[in-house]
Write a protein of this length. Sequence first.
Length: 467
Amino acid sequence: PRKKERDEDPPIIRSTFPPKDTSIGAHQTFGALVSDNGTGVKKVCLQFKDHQRGRSACFKLQNVGVGSGDDGGSSAARNVRGGRKKSNVNAEEQTSDIWQLSFEGFAPYAGTSWQYRIKTVDGARNKRSTKWRTFMIDERAASSVKGGANGSNGSGGRGDGGGGGSAATEAPQRTVHMLTEEVTDKDWSRGGIVQSSTGRILFFFDGNPYVCTGTVLQSAPSDRTIILTAGHCAYQYRDGRIGGRFAEHALFIPNQVDTRGDKSNEICDDDPLGCWVPAFAVVDYEWTTQGFPHSVPWDYAYYVIRNDPSVHQGGFIHEGQPELSKILEEIVEPLPIDFEWTLAENDDAPGEFTHGLGYSFNRDPAFRYCATSMTTKFGIDTYENLWLESCEMTGGSSGGPWMTHVDSEGRGTVVSVNSWGYATSPGMGGPNFATASGSHARCLYERARDAVFEDVVGRGIVVDDCP
């Protein structure tokens, strides 16, 4: 018999509503036209980002049958801060490409700018998401509805995508700019994407806690979330017959800067989003066979977290909003990583402007950063490290991301991690991730992405066959 081909194509999102930069009223229907040519659409959900950059749960949209006479929204009205919700139908019961849900309760947020995005999954667990789409909550339309967040007119709009009772108008554009200020060591005060996607890694050897930093990366399969960090944050090199070892266990704590505690700890409900427990780590063989400083070319690693609620312990936000997702990549926005990025060689101009970020232990639990033009430095005679000359962050920031093109919303591209520095002078070194330069960073990422959970023996994978 012929082997059945695996469905590797994600769902197709043909359009979303309301359109980008629309002004809405106190209630509005949101949705999308979604189809899948393989195993069928399993789930479509919608996530909001409010005017303070806070993210909602991802609300399941309903599949609306064509010609059924259903008004498509009134029975499924959802308050933006609580209330009723109806789950979508099963994939095999899908009767059209229209997925939608009506929301009410926007009136208290009149005059603010929000965003939404659509996330989809098919029967083979392939995923596709839209980019964030901005909408404005119109002051006049919202203020005309009495009754506060629930609204006395809470019908939730109609299922044709119009909803809201307000004509579509141009909304003010969000002001986003690139960050170019030189910084040696300072609290990151902008919040945004990088603050939620970067977190404290608390890991243990012989029962003793150690601290590092890690970052949630884009493009992981639907069954896992991949965290980038430094090699020494996952595996301890030891010379002689004893041999090295992976951390006994670890916790990833995103956005720890907003903790209710006064320092890093294992009390997950001290932190806004709580903690996630990695299943295993991935390091390079060369990292396990050489001590510092000869191991610095391979000072990168990945922690892999199952996308399973059982590996999460909720934080204080979940206490008030238990419907929030417990899947890490659904509650933060993963950051892109570029394995082909190289530092341009030009002796007459400064290198690319770069932000290094992390949770320095001497400032625990503050989220710190430095920003300067990147150069290079031979920390050892045989390896040219990437180098941030003026950076003064300290231990604990190890594994935190180096990002280029960082904007005022905390977006950027990861190109390296905090690796090492001098005890008595400024400067931070980072490994070169470029595959063309001989790095194994992409190879290790692919192993973290493709490894079968049940096949991993012990606490991690040592990769010894990268080309």
